[in-house]
Design a protein around this ligand. Structure first.
Ligand code: BDR
Ligand code: CA
Length: 312
């Protein structure tokens, strides 16, 4: 079977960085491009971080594009209070030597999808600005998009940036609305899943013990990044959200959920950015997403450690 063609749209972010590494370590996936968007930190940092991670993974041939500097309608909200000023504090990686690929990420998404002989899966790990803009600029690309597998939202679990909203959806709810009303198959990995696979000191040590450059970077990033959620949640571990998207592509049997209708709250006010998941089918609206709810966390960490151990 030929590898599964994917585009990773991302705002690294320590957890984004780990997701990119897992994808680049996996022969089952053909990463056509990494496209950066403003989110956890401003764009000049997310695109630099994406290049650092691609280079550290020994995959300098994978093109990295810079995309939207801000959400479609709202001012950018960032999360240095979680990720540190660089976005990947703790990684201790050198600044990249590889250059940005030419052209805007939105046009790159369109072109890579159009030119791919196989249907492409889009993997958004940050605010959905680039993906929404690509769909608005050329809606015909939907024909060659297999599915959109994204990290975002929360329903029973609530939000992580407001009581109602998860960060990626909150930052650009209008872009999320465009994506969720696009008619493309969506798989949503919300907080309800990511909060069930908490990384503790045990896993952090296993990453460090791999003994390679990427394992050290992952251990360092988690060491920095986990402190915020451990304190907030009062738990022994922290969610490492974004690699769940790649883990789902590699081993969907680790996850379970149901097909639901999802609506994005775009009105200003306390519910802005909420993902209204019709879990009990009370609206009668057609499902527009596979909303995941369960994860085999042991299997998830095995997959992750195995992947990182194949990298330099
Ligand atoms: C999401 O927001 C970011 O902080 C993380 O990188 C992840 O994509 C979790 O809410
Ligand atoms: Ca992210």
């Amino acid at each position: 079977m030929s590898p599964h063609a994917i585009i990773i749209d991302t705002d690294p972010g320590q957890d984004d960085a780990v997701a990119i590494m897992l994808a680049l370590a996996s022969p089952e996936l053909n990463v056509l491009a990494v496209t950066a968007v403003a989110g956890n930190v401003p764009l000049h940092r997310t695109e630099t971080n994406a290049r650092m991670v691609v280079e550290a993974s020994g995959r300098a041939e994978v093109p990295v594009y810079a995309g939207a500097v801000r959400p479609m309608l709202r001012e950018l909200v960032t999360a240095e209070y979680v990720h540190g000023p660089t976005g990947i504090d703790g990684a201790n990686l050198p600044e990249p030597t590889i250059e940005l690929a030419e052209g805007h990420a939105v046009q790159a998404i369109i072109r890579h999808v159009q030119e791919s002989p196989d249907p492409v899966t889009i993997c958004p790990l940050g605010p959905l600005t680039n993906v929404a803009l690509a769909l608005l600029l050329d809606p015909s690309i939907a024909e060659n998009i297999d599915q959109i597998v994204l990290m975002g939202g929360g329903y029973f679990e609530g939000g992580n940036v407001t009581p109602a909203a998860e960060f990626n959806i909150y930052v650009d709810p209008h872009a999320a609305h465009v994506v969720f009303t696009s008619g493309i198959d969506i798989v949503m990995l919300p907080l309800d899943v990511t909060h069930k696979a908490l990384v503790t000191n045990t896993e952090t040590k296993r990453f460090a013990d791999i003994g390679n450059r990427c394992g050290a970077a992952v251990a360092g990033m988690i060491g920095f990044y986990a402190r915020y959620d451990i304190e907030k949640l009062g738990s022994k571990g922290a969610p490492i959200h974004d690699p769940n998207v790649i883990a789902y592509l590699l081993k969907p049997e680790l996850y379970a959920g149901r097909h639901c209708h999802v609506e994005i709250a775009t009105d200003e006010g306390p519910s802005l950015g909420a993902t209204l998941v019709d879990w009990w089918s009370v609206t009668g609206n057609e499902p527009n997403a596979l909303v995941l709810h369960e994860v085999d966390s042991v299997g998830f960490f095995e997959l992750l450690i195995d992947g990182i151990s194949r990298l330099p």
